[in-house]
Design a protein around this ligand. Structure first.
Ligand code: PRP
Length: 180
């Protein structure tokens, strides 16, 4: 896998530091809330959520939804599919959605609207990566690890055709991999 990476743009050390920083901030902001739900959007959230949650020093409930917008390839389809819904009621609950990346903004916009429609008390987003130049609709996550340029990245949860998620860092994929 490593031979397919052109450049590492977020290292393991940077990721660890960002998780500590974001975890502390969320702990501070939610200390007076009652049992917020940390909601991971599968599958990309897995490494980030499992690292971040260790630094949230609060009683949080951990839940997942499986939401898909990219159907292979390197660009978003914009067609959001909920493949597995959250397993508990969000009514009157404080929700923190945990994501690996916000790109076009369509996935988060759809999920945030849905949770609000279901009566969530509050809905915020924590994302490791933000790619604002990729936005097709306005969306501003409350908690951002790091802002990246408009490049196709993989690793630490992010895939190309379902591979590379298990790299411990975020890197730019060589064009030769998808230009075949
Ligand atoms: C990725 C990522 C976000 C979404 C962001 O998920 O995890 O959920 O795309 O893109 P957007 O801002 O353009 O909507 P994907 O649909 O690829 O599913 P995955 O997490 O299973 O890889």
């Amino acid at each position: 896998m490593k031979k397919d990476i052109k450049e590492v743009i977020v290292t393991e050390k940077q990721i660890k530091d960002l998780c500590v920083k974001l975890g502390k901030q969320i702990t501070l902001d939610y200390k007076d809330k009652e049992n917020p739900i940390l909601l991971g959007l599968l599958k990309g959230c897995i490494p980030f959520m499992s690292d971040l949650m260790k630094y949230i020093d609060l009683p949080v409930e951990v839940e997942f939804m499986d939401v898909k917008s990219y159907h292979g390839g390197i660009s978003s389809s914009g067609d959001i599919k909920i493949r597995m819904d959250i397993n508990t009621s969000v009514y009157n609950r404080d929700i923190i959605i945990c994501e690996d990346i916000v790109d076009t903004g369509k996935t988060l916009d759809t999920v945030v609207r849905l949770l609000r429609h279901r009566g969530a008390k509050s809905v915020e987003v924590v994302t490791l990566l933000d790619k604002p130049e990729g936005r097709l609709i306005p969306f501003t996550p409350k908690y951002i690890g790091i802002t990246i340029p408009k490049v196709f990245v993989v690793g630490y949860g992010l895939d190309y055709n379902e591979f590379y998620r298990n790299l411990p860092y975020v890197g730019i994929l060589k064009e030769s991999v998808y230009d075949k």
